[in-house]
Design a protein around this ligand. Structure first.
Ligand code: FAD
Length: 450
């Protein structure tokens, strides 16, 4: 690394300190590369640690506890109504985040990754300018872009801090528990956050433009959750497209179309979770050979190379499945390719978990995907009520009818988050349904359902 004139140079520049970026930087240093990571936030961890996975999962942990105590009544255990101390709760949430951020910082330091705080923009071939940093620019031999994504908003909508229309980041800050909340969007973020607010006492209504929730999961896996939400939420309106939101003194005016008719309705607070867009628009990519697709995601090949020979990309900014573990794997693969290894991103099963009550998880081929693409498949279902734990929900295993190779697994209920990892392992190892059945699983657990 050469310092001079407030400029530095490095073998590998990583832009973004989220799961994609730190995954790449840590692996690259382990391979002996000279690495600088630039992150605009104060701490490493990205969206996932600061405004995504971890703040959401800490709150879900807490609300699951709340729901358990409520359910305990049926088992003869009575708790009083809980007192919710929002300030203490936020403090606890922040402690979890800080401790994980410290851990990441230490992992980076121990390895010798140089982390610079600032905003990077490409300024020419092999060079970036930095904003808000002590160093003005960096020259690099190779770079990995891992700048992530941000919430998609409705056209023309601008959110004001502390306003009545929130994105997921504002909702996770939990500044208040509104009496009523309209959640727009029935993907996993809307469902997880809607469940949190409902458990804490908000009357939650959900609007989703498609005629189903969680469109990427099989409908039969979603049905038990939908039944639970019918009790938990005030209403769920499917095939209802929110066209516009306008903040007024008294609340928010919601314009939506349902059954071909457009109507307006007031709401007290709104949480907008209609997807995410890539952070690729303010990166100076016009100074590079990097190409974007029609939605602004960076085009990559299976070795994470962009259309510019010097530059790779990983994580949400490349689109597809937008999950932290996928971002980290992509980052690591990009670093390995740069380090000279002959590897590629070749993953058959990216596990997805929706941390609602009941939980839903799946990986590999879905049943609807198999039908859509005419892939031969056999399906085995196991009702969890038949397991030793008499849980609600079921497991579903898709295998190839000719040789029994496991193609996909779906789970709803029980310990879905714990078990989906075993399903991913089985698919990646090319296991047969019979192999899974021959493994002695502990009784009574969800895993015996395979
Ligand atoms: P990010 O984590 O977004 O990191 C990108 C980083 O780049 C950011 O820190 C940003 O500040 C920085 N950056 C951007 N531009 C620049 C620049 N020009 N210069 C310097 N720095 C820059 N995924 C899961 O797997 N499990 C979950 O349970 C889960 N829960 C979620 C819950 C919510 C509410 C949300 C919104 C998301 C959740 N996700 C979850 C998705 C997960 O957070 C993302 O897939 C993951 O963070 C993507 O990692 P990344 O490294 O690509 O991007």
């Amino acid at each position: 690394m050469v310092m001079g004139d407030m400029e530095m140079s490095t073998d590998l520049l990583v832009i973004g300190g989220g799961p994609g970026g730190y995954g790449a930087a840590f692996r690259a240093v382990d391979l002996g590369l000279d690495v600088i990571l630039v992150e605009q936030r104060q701490r490493l961890g990205g969206l996932c640690l600061h405004a995504g996975c971890i703040p959401a999962k800490t709150l879900l942990h807490l609300t699951q506890l709340l729901d358990e105590t409520r359910r305990a009544k049926k088992m003869g255990l009575h708790f009083g109504e809980p007192e919710i101390d929002l300030a203490a709760l936020r403090n606890w949430q922040q402690q979890v985040i800080t401790s994980m951020a410290d851990n990441l910082t230490n992992l980076g330091k121990r390895r010798g990754v140089l982390v610079l705080r600032g905003r990077a923009r490409f300024s020419g071939a092999g060079a970036v300018r930095l904003e808000g940093a002590e160093i003005s620019g960096i020259k690099f031999k190779q770079a990995i872009i891992a700048t992530g994504s941000r919430p998609r908003l409705l056209p023309g909508l601008v959110l004001s801090p502390g306003g009545r229309i929130m994105d997921s980041t504002a909702a996770l800050a939990l500044t208040e528990i509104p009496k009523t909340l309209l959640v727009v969007g029935g993907g996993y973020v809307g469902l997880e956050l809607g469940s949190i607010y409902a458990s804490l006492g908000s009357r939650v209504t959900l609007m989703e433009k498609q005629d189903r929730l969680l469109a990427k999961a099989d409908a039969d896996l979603v049905a038990p959750l939908q039944a639970r939400l019918a009790e938990q939420f005030a209403a769920t309106h499917l095939a209802t497209r929110v066209e516009g939101l306008e903040e007024t003194e008294a609340g928010v005016t919601v314009r939506y179309t349902q059954g071909g008719k457009t109507t307006e309705q007031p709401a007290e607070h709104v949480l907008l979770t209609i997807g995410r867009i890539p952070n690729s628009d303010d990166l100076g990519l016009e100074h590079t050979g990097v190409s974007l697709d029609s939605r602004g995601f960076i085009k990559i090949d299976d070795q994470l190379r962009t259309t510019d020979a010097r530059i790779f990309a990983a994580g949400d900014v490349t689109g597809g499945v937008m999950l932290a573990h996928k971002a980290t794997r992509q980052g690591r693969i990009a670093a390995e390719v740069i380090g000279g290894k002959k590897v590629g991103f070749d993953v058959r099963a990216i596990p997805a978990v929706v941390y609602t009550e009941p939980q839903i998880a799946w990986c590999g081929l879905t049943e609807e995907g198999a039908r859509r693409e005419n892939i031969p498949h056999a399906v085995q279902r196991y009702l969890l009520q038949d397991s030793g734990r008499t849980m609600n929900g079921f497991t579903k295993l898709l295998s190839h009818p000719a040789d029994g190779r496991i193609l996909g697994v779906g789970l709803v209920g029980g310990d879905a988050e714990g078990f989906i990892g075993e399903a991913a392992l089985a698919i990646e190892m090319g296991a047969l349904a019979e192999d899974l059945a021959l493994v002695l699983h502990p009784y009574p657990t969800m895993a015996e359902g395979q």
